[in-house]
Design a protein around this ligand. Structure first.
Ligand SMILES: Cc1ncc(COP(=O)(O)O)c(C=O)c1O
Length: 459
């Protein structure tokens, strides 16, 4: 229809997603910024969904969407996996909190130990944020050193020690609400700068280096080849612990996470998302000697003054435990990661072909089963096909992704095309099919061509 042809992406989105618009207006009266997780903030408004199945979800206006958020990466087995659903339903009959130890936590812990190469001992938490908090505390207590080193752009949840240097501008480290002493206890290393790491660790006061073993924000700022092995060698040289934050990469990069895929073992691993099978939960695992800091001994002085306590009402709650154990059983088959990786590579390659053949500035990149879309920027090594590591782009720009109107149009345009991106990118699952991907590439093509027609790539 002629009228439709003249509608801008934004106008069409506002009209077609009116149910979400109305709810978003109500939400700003309840929640600051109208949202319950920062990453769900979207202009002109976020979408509201009602249900999901496999690789799809449905919004309040009745659109069926191919989901690329996939439970913020938790759902590599897809939404509502029938076996996970069944064990959770059975557990509901038996109780959601037994206030006691359970067989379910044993089975869950056993799966983590079997799959994660460095998991000699472990503890469950309720989220990734709690996992990185405990992981850092363990490192400090074990080494007797106060400082934690992290890299700019790497995300480790929203606890106080995780925040300095996380978002651009990377050189500003004060964080509203976080005491200066806490910020000063965090050494923020420039992303991917091993020379800085070597020099700073030589001062001997850093307990541990923590990083996402994929590179910042699951490859938005990828790691150079061989980086993890070199970092492992440097941390060993300076008697500093190495923490892999595998909240996203765990069970996704391989059944045993990035540490299995890259054959580099950290001292401590933090996990969440997939580990709990789509329910709330996290895990910290690592070397037995470090986890001895959590032991309760027949020694009142140890227990009172040296031991690290670890309460947490919902640690290893039965619902998360059964979902987690079943999910880990499912993802122990490497075919799950292989398929998800293939689907992501298919999208990266197809989307880059679209950009190159239409001469549109941008690139789509990523590793394993994730992709990131950058529009309005070019990288030095852009060709059509699969791209893992864009070169020559400011890391702060990579981390921020497509800015302003480009981001709004991309997300809105893709929703009109029936695909829900996750913060300008996506995480794949065993349920996405080649047909889903090809449909999404077609939708991506229409979206970026519309954006060009709307003058969005003119500088
Ligand atoms: C690498 C990484 N670490 C930690 C977290 C925090 O996990 P949670 O949201 O469960 O607190 C996230 C969440 O996205 C993450 O991606």
């Amino acid at each position: 229809m002629a009228q439709q042809a003249t509608r801008t992406i934004e106008r069409e989105f506002v009209e077609e997603f009116d149910g979400s618009r109305q709810r978003a207006m109500a939400a700003i009266e309840i929640f600051p910024a109208g949202i319950t997780h920062d990453v769900r903030f979207a202009k002109p408004f976020p979408i509201y969904c009602t249900r999901a199945e496999g690789a799809y979800k449905w919004d309040v206006d009745g659109h069926q969407l191919i989901d690329y958020a996939m439970g913020h990466g938790a759902l590599i087995a897809g939404h509502n996996h029938p076996e996970i659903k069944a064990v959770v339903a059975e557990q509901l009959e038996r109780g959601t909190h037994l206030g006691a130890s359970t067989d379910y936590e044993l089975a869950w812990g056993d799966w983590v130990q079997r799959l994660v190469p460095s998991a000699e001992r472990l503890k469950f938490t309720s989220s990734g944020t709690e996992s990185t908090l405990l992981g850092m505390r363990l490192a400090r207590a074990y080494t007797g050193r106060e400082k934690i080193m992290k890299f700019t752009g790497h995300f480790h949840g929203w606890q106080d020690y995780a925040l300095p240097g996380e978002k651009p501008p990377f050189d500003v480290h004060n964080v509203p609400g976080v005491p200066k002493g806490t910020v000063d206890s965090v050494v923020v290393a420039p992303v991917n700068d091993l020379e800085f790491v070597d020099q700073r660790l030589s001062e001997g006061d850093v307990a541990a280096v923590i990083l996402e073993p994929s590179g910042a924000s699951y490859t938005t700022i990828p790691l150079p080849e061989g980086f993890l092995k070199e970092l492992r060698a440097l941390t060993e040289k300076h008697d500093t612990l190495l923490i892999f934050d595998e909240v996203i990469t765990g069970f996704r990069w391989a059944p045993g996470g990035a540490q299995e895929r890259f054959d580099v073992l950290p001292d401590i691993t933090t996990m969440a998302k997939i580990v709990a099978g789509g329910l709330p939960g996290g895990c910290v695992a690592g070397k037995r000697a470090i986890f001895d800091m959590l032991e309760i001994k027949d020694d009142p002085e140890w227990n009172a003054l040296k031991r690290i306590g670890h309460p947490g009402t919902y640690n290893a709650n039965p619902l998360s435990a059964v979902a987690g154990a079943k999910c880990l059983e499912i993802v122990s088959d490497p075919a799950v990661q292989r398929h998800s990786d293939d689907m992501a590579a298919r999208f990266r390659a197809g989307a880059n072909d679209v950009l190159v053949s239409n001469d549109i500035p941008g690139f789509v990149y990523g590793e394993a089963s994730v992709f990131h879309i950058m529009l309005g920027e070019t990288c030095d090594n852009m060709t059509s096909g699969d791209l893992r590591m864009p070169e020559g782009v400011d890391p702060a720009k990579l981390k921020a992704g497509p800015a302003g109107p480009l981001e709004v149009a991309l997300n809105s345009g893709m929703l009109i095309e029936g695909a829900h991106l996750f913060h300008g990118g996506g995480l794949l699952s065993m349920k996405h099919t080649a047909e889903d991907i090809d449909k999404t590439i077609e939708g991506f093509k229409r979206t970026v061509l519309r954006m060009r027609d709307e003058g969005m790539f003119e500088s």
